[in-house]
Design a protein around this ligand. Structure first.
Ligand code: SF4
Ligand code: SF4
Length: 245
């Protein structure tokens, strides 16, 4: 149906740190705000203050309780930000009957040409990540654009020329750059932290990468252990001093 470029000059994308994301949804709101007034405008809201609000969000956070393998380890909450991963082998593009979905050869960004979208929804069925958003009001498909209208925008300060979610994240959990350049900050981060593809078995070759949660180290635990009678040093002195109080 619609073809993909054989290769791209750059692979712009996000690296999302599952260790530091605190699930605050700041990125969700900033994405919605930027895209409601810019490229994807307007992103619909239906019954926003009613009992069952619905709307178009290009970035969503899902929160899971992960149960570790070790029986005595406590469960852990992981916040999982989800948006388009700008796949190299994007099935949402190849399934599109009109050519509205396409991947840019110059930077690898996957976009929808809204003038050509007929709202058939095939791309949403084809995306294994659930990253496409049918705008129920406009009747056309929308998705993360990597803020293509910010990152090349010379009318805004240079530090703002990154996706809105990256600029906003208070935890520094979102990083943006060229993942095809092995010397880029994002490529170095992926190599250092073991960045991984989401659901690689789907064969979509996602550009975005996720960084795994790190093992938690409880810095207070050694201090809270009972102090042995014979304990020397500062802890022993402190324990004896407190016992005399
Ligand atoms: Fe397409 Fe889904 Fe990949 Fe985005 S994440 S490029 S919508 S298949
Ligand atoms: Fe997570 Fe950052 Fe988004 Fe907050 S803004 S939910 S910390 S990625």
């Amino acid at each position: 149906m619609t073809s993909l470029p054989a290769s791209t000059d750059r692979s712009l994308g996000l690296v999302i740190d599952l260790d530091t994301c605190v699930g605050c949804h700041a990125c969700v709101i900033s994405c919605k705000e930027w895209n409601t007034s810019q490229y994807g405008a307007p992103l619909s809201d239906i019954d926003a203050y009613g009992a069952e609000p619905e709307g178009t969000f290009l970035n969503r956070i899902h929160t899971f309780e992960a149960v570790p393998d070790a029986a005595d380890a406590p469960p852990r909450v992981v916040h999982f930000p989800k948006s388009c991963l700008h796949c190299d082998d994007a099935p949402c593009v190849t399934v599109c009957p009109t050519g509205a979905s396409y991947k840019r050869q110059e930077d690898g960004i996957v976009l929808v040409n809204e003038d050509d979208c007929i709202g058939c929804g095939l791309c949403a069925w084809a995306c294994p990540y659930g990253a496409r958003e049918m705008d129920q009001t406009a009747g056309i498909m929308k998705k993360c654009t990597l803020c293509v209208d910010r990152i090349y925008n010379e009318n805004i300060p240079e530090q703002d020329r990154v996706p809105s979610c990256v600029r906003t994240c208070p935890a520094g959990a979102r990083h943006f750059g060229d993942l095809a350049d092995p010397a880029s900050d994002v490529s170095i981060l992926i190599a250092d932290r073991g960045g991984f593809d989401l659901m690689p078995e789907q064969g979509t070759a996602p550009v975005n990468k996720y960084l795994p949660p790190r093992e938690k180290v409880d810095l207070l635990a050694p201090l809270l252990d009972p102090v042995p009678e014979t304990q020397g040093g500062f802890l022993g002195w402190l324990d004896r001093a407190l016992t005399r109080l």
